[in-house]
Design a protein around this ligand. Structure first.
Ligand SMILES: C[S@@+](CC[C@H](N)C(=O)[O-])C[C@H]1O[C@@H](n2cnc3c(N)ncnc32)[C@H](O)[C@@H]1O
Length: 236
């Protein structure tokens, strides 16, 4: 087994390095690991004080701290709404911009405190998860990476080869669902076209009509698995 500290978006580069023909299978477990969540210095959780970074790859330019101290209030609200699906995005962005006027926001605790002042206790943990998720997705460009990765991975699958993707939130699950569905399509011409001109071929057969989700027993053992969804398809 060989490990590559590469962005999986570059699976095509790795396959060239490996000069392997085609793969029998591709398995992707998205998001952050328990190691990262449990490592206080990694800064992926609002539960402990750490630098507000959220980059999975520290060579990436933009950290979460830089984002919230330099982006406009409107941009921050858009990011929280789009990547966190948080309805109070505008209110939170306004509070962040007010606070940064007084002091640069550089730690997870500072962001926690800003949000806890404007959010009821009842919704606080959910709101914090959504805001941290939003900034994490943005600084790691996670959704565009996934959209770029899937067709590349399908290119590299042998006939009968399988692709299996584990997602942990609805934004990434929606991308996998829609891209698998697209790869299943035989033709994408408008319905009123008398003959097909797109030349598109179906490349995948779905193995999971519905996403596979963890059993209750597994969630009891590993609560972090509760939002996991697995989708699988086979190259045809
Ligand atoms: C859910 S964890 C994998 C956990 C692992 N399967 C385990 O059981 O311990 C996802 C890992 O993928 C890494 N990762 C996320 N996006 C990545 C990307 N675009 N390229 C490479 N690694 C990525 C994260 O840093 C994290 O360590």
């Amino acid at each position: 087994m060989k490990l590559y500290n590469y962005n999986f978006q570059r699976i095509d580069t790795i396959s060239k390095i490996e000069s392997s023909e085609l793969f029998d299978g591709v398995f992707v477990d998205l998001g952050v690991s328990s190691f990262q969540l449990d490592d206080p210095s990694a800064g992926f959780t609002y539960r402990r004080e750490a630098n507000l970074d959220l980059r999975m790859d520290k060579t990436r330019v933009l950290s979460a701290s830089e984002l919230i101290n330099t982006f406009s209030e409107k941009e921050i609200a858009n990011i929280i709404y789009k990547y966190g699906e948080e309805k109070n995005a505008k209110k939170i962005a306004a509070a962040i911009c007010e606070s940064r006027k007084l002091k640069k926001i550089s730690t997870t605790t500072q962001l926690y405190e800003i949000i806890s002042k404007i959010t009821s206790q009842r919704f606080l943990l959910k709101t914090l998860s959504r805001v941290f998720q939003a900034f994490r997705i943005y600084v790691n460009n996670e959704l565009s990476v996934l959209e770029d990765f899937i067709p590349k991975a399908v290119n590299l699958l042998k006939k009968g080869g399988r692709i299996v993707i584990l997602t942990y939130h609805s934004l990434e699950d929606r991308i996998v669902k829609e891209m698998f569905r697209y790869e299943m399509l035989e033709c994408i011409c408008p319905n009123d076209y008398p003959i097909c001109t797109c030349g598109k071929k179906s490349r995948l057969k779905l193995l999971t009509k519905k996403p596979v989700v963890p059993a209750y027993e597994e969630i009891l053992i590993n609560p972090r698995a509760r939002s996991a969804k697995l989708r699988a398809a086979e190259r045809i």
